[in-house]
Structures are given as C-alpha cells and as structure tokens.
Design a protein around this ligand. Structure first.
Ligand SMILES: Cc1ncc(COP(=O)(O)O)c(C=O)c1O
Length: 494
C-alpha cells in the first residue's frame, strides 16, 4: 500500500530511478525506489554546484557548503546532487534524517491527510495557542518514547535552544530549592541590571571536547573547536576531563577504569572549587558519546559515577542526546545503555527526532509561566513527521536493523584497521553510531574527499576521525558498499 501510494505521489523519483526498480526489489531495500549503488558523473562539487556556490557566496558566508543537493531525486540512503551524482549517504545531514530521503510513508502521510498539511501551513505560537490535538500528539508521540522515569516534556526548535532552555530550567529549579516563598523585591530589581541575587552566580559543569551548540549560553559548555568560540564572551564555568580510552576496550579494562576514576575525581574537585569561588555548580551537561568532539565514548560506570556526584551535590544531570537520540545506537536513547540508577534529570533531543526539546522531571518545571518560552516552541508539523517516523521504526523493526547493520559495519571497520594499521585505528561506537580514527587530520580529510569521488558522502569529527551517521534504514548491503569503497581508498593511499 505504502509503495503504491509512493509511486502515485512521487512520480519524479520513480520516473528517474525506474530503471533500477527491479534490482532494488532483489536487494530488498527497506525504502522502495533506492538505486542499487552510487553513481558519480562529475567531480564533487560538480560544475552546477560550483555555480550555485559562487552565487550564494555573494550574499552570505557559504564556506561550509560541500554541494547543492537535488532533494526531489534523493531517495532513502541516497543523496542526489544538482550535477546528477547519487551518493550513498552515511552522514545524513549531520545525523538528522531518521528515514533517509523521501520516505514513502512520510510522503503518504502528507499527501493523504489534509489535516497534516494544515498543521504545516498554520504554525502556531505553541506556548499560547496550541491546536486541539497538541496534547494527544505530545502524549502519544513524544511521551510514548520518553526515557523511563521522565514524564515532562518541553518542545523547542533546535538542539542548541533545547540545551539553552534546559540550562535555564536547571538554574531556576536550583534557586527555587533555596528560596523560601516568592521572589524578593531585591531579586526582582537586581535581575534587571544583571546583578545578584536576581541574576545569581551559578554554573553548569561541562567536559573538554564537548559540543552542546553554538548559541551564547551553551557555547560556554562547547569545547570541541576554537573556531566555534573565538571572539565570543564566555562564562567562567567548570570544565572537566572526559575519559580518553585505550582501544580495543576489551583488552584495556583496568587502564580505562582508572581513566574513569581520574575524570570523576576531577568532577568532584571542580564542584568543590566552584563552590569556594562562590559560583556553585547547578548542573552537569554531558553527551553519552561526545560526537562533534571526536566520537569519544564514556563507559556505563563513568555515567553512573556522574549521576552519583550530581545527586550528592544537589545538581541536575542533563544528558544531551541531540546527536545520539532517536535510535542510531540501537536503543531509542543512548543513555539506556548505561544502566543508570533512575533517570537523568533532563534529556535534550533534536536532529533524528525532527523536533527539538527536552524531557525532564517535574522538579524542573518552573512554577510560573513564560519563563521557559519562545514564540514557536517547536513545530507541530515536525511532530506529525516524527509520528510517521516512529510508525516506520516500529513497523520495520528499525532498532534491530540498526544493530545488525552496526555489527556488520563495526566488524568491517575492525578488519580494515587490522589490514591498514598505519592508517586507521580505534574502530568504536554503538549501533551504527560509529567512528574510526585516522593517523592524521590530513589523512582524514583526504579519505573523506576521496570517498566522495567513489560515491560515499561521509563526514569527520574531532581532529582526525571519520564518523558514520547513516539513517535508521541503512542495511547490511549498504554497509558492504561503504566498506568496499573505504577499502578502495585505503588501498590507494600512498
Ligand atoms: C550533542 C549536540 N548537542 C547540541 C547540538 C546543537 O544542535 P543544533 O545544531 O540543532 O543547534 C549538536 C549539534 O550537532 C550536538 O551534536
């Protein structure tokens, strides 16, 4: 039914990829209409991409642009560009396409249901005028997949503003616990000139190598690359070391456990130091796998330790699942791998969840309205799409698919690092949320560039790693194509 509709609704895709339709069925792709493999016709970026880039450069800083895409022709795991190239996409818009491109089920939801179209056309100020089905959408869609123990939800537009507002909620709850009764007149007047006690000296503890976004507040907790931070005033907030493990993990258990202890001791010390400074730590923010910073993993024991330190000090634990959330590690939430003693206090999300926001405990709900607020507070249109995504995750058992594809990929990466130990190492990760470290930044950039000429869209992270962030519909046969092309570029490396 879904594929019938897709043929009716998106003739352009079926028209252009029609010649490979029978081959696709044979390869049993989860997304109907996918090509058999990549096609590279020009250099990437090709001539049309270059023309468009030149034009865009006249009106904005476009230095980050890699190519111009043809989103009408992109399908499933394949990204088409304006020069007729079709690439297997293992990066998926910085990890933000849960079902790849033009998934038939999502197109069908929009074309067959006028209410869904109107939900997109009439974007409301959700904090003031939500639509009739907003409560049920929140309950059935977002709370239906909430991390166990978190039953409060605040929606936002992007990852940075989700973290930004979660920090505010943490500070408000921290002060609320100290305050007896209502705000004092002194608090009310002093906050208007950015002074204590109304604007208190509190902090959020973050980790070296972390990335929590680029907006003003969260930027003080982002430490992955200087270029994100230069020239922007920052808070003097505590920054702790994040574990740096030896690989393979199974052969270095004792050293890595000692590394966890070292980092946890540093966290405890920073709590003390900042309390003495008069700038107590109200919350800890941490990624379950430091993504932009280089796919640095923390062990379950490390996260269990962090939760203990936070609780001991009356601080909140915020787990930033903006990049890890929504299924790529084989569980809906990466922190579910950590066997924590109860839920973290806040979990932020965006990217694969399509809508931004945070789950949190009731304690973090401010007693007054308008304190965690903005005009849109998310977008119900994105929640419509998320509902469709979750239906497909369930229907096609995609979390199991992620585990199978991830196992195949990780095994292949480990084989390749054994074959080319001077070039790549430290194959790591969970599910399809995987990475490998290259022997230099130059080699990493070179490999990512040459993979592109072989029809693979990949991406880097940290100083010298290649990260894999495919869609949840990435299957074993896609993994074979990726591994084959990676082997080719490694074998051609001089
Ligand atoms: C862990 C993490 N937090 C926050 C963000 C910021 O999200 P956004 O780019 O949507 O503002 C990102 C983006 O890459 C991220 O990876």
């Amino acid at each position: 039914m879904a594929s019938l509709c897709a043929q009716k609704c998106i003739p352009s895709i079926y028209g252009r990829f029609g010649h490979v339709r029978s081959a696709v069925r044979a390869a049993s792709s989860l997304v109907a209409g996918e090509p058999k493999g990549p096609t590279v016709k020009t250099q990437i970026p090709g001539p049309r991409s270059k023309e468009l880039l030149q034009e865009l450069n006249q009106i904005q800083q476009a230095g980050s642009i890699q190519l111009f895409a043809d989103y009408d022709r992109s399908i499933g795991n394949y990204l088409a560009d304006v020069d007729g190239n079709v690439m297997l996409d293992v990066y998926t818009q910085i990890s933000s396409m849960p079902l790849g491109y033009n998934h038939p089920h999502l197109l069908q939801m929009l074309t067959e249901n006028p209410h869904n179209i109107k939900t997109i056309v009439n974007r409301p100020a959700l904090g003031v005028f939500p639509g009739a089905d907003w409560n049920s959408k929140l309950k059935n869609v977002l709370l239906g997949i909430a991390p166990a123990g978190l039953d409060q939800i605040t929606t936002m537009a992007c990852g940075s503003c989700s973290n930004e507002n979660a920090y505010k909620a943490i500070f408000m709850a921290y002060r609320q616990k100290q305050r007896k009764g209502d705000f004092t007149p002194e608090e009310i007047s002093s906050c208007m000139i950015n002074q204590a006690p109304g604007s208190p000296d509190l902090s959020i503890l973050s980790f070296h190598g972390a990335f929590h976004g680029r907006t003003m507040g969260v930027l003080s907790t982002t430490h992955s690359k200087a270029i994100h931070k230069l020239d922007v005033p920052a808070f003097d907030w505590p920054i702790a070391p994040f574990p740096i493990y030896r690989y393979p993990l199974e052969d270095n258990k004792a050293e890595n456990a000692a590394e966890d202890k070292r980092c946890l001791a540093a966290v405890e010390q920073l709590f003390e130091d900042y309390a003495k400074k008069g700038r107590p730590v109200a919350g800890i923010v941490v990624e379950p796998i430091q993504a932009e910073g280089g796919d640095n993993e923390g062990s379950p024991e490390f996260f269990q330790g962090l939760q203990k330190v936070a609780r001991k000090n009356g601080a909140s634990l915020l787990i930033d699942e903006v990049q890890t959330g929504g299924g790529p590690t084989g569980k809906m939430w990466c922190h579910e791998h950590f066997n924590l003693d109860g839920p973290p206090d806040v979990v932020t999300f965006s990217k694969k969840m399509l809508i931004g926001g945070f789950y949190h405990t009731a304690e973090l709900k401010p007693p007054q309205a308008y304190r965690i607020f903005n005009t849109w507070m998310g977008d119900p249109g994105k929640l419509v799409l998320l509902e469709g995504v979750l239906e497909v995750i369930k229907r096609d058992n995609l979390l199991e698919q992620v585990k199978r594809s991830g196992d195949r990929l990780l095994l292949g990466l480990k084989q390749l690092q054994n074959e080319y130990p001077a070039l790549i190492s430290r194959a790591r990760g969970r599910g399809t949320f995987l990475a490998v470290t290259c022997s230099s930044t130059k080699l990493r950039d070179d490999l990512v560039g040459r993979l592109k000429t072989k029809g693979i869209q990949s991406g880097g992270c940290g100083e010298d790693s290649i990260r894999l962030r495919p869609a949840l519909v990435f299957q074993e046969h896609h993994a074979e194509i990726f591994l084959d092309r990676l082997r080719q570029v490694l074998s051609e490396t001089k």
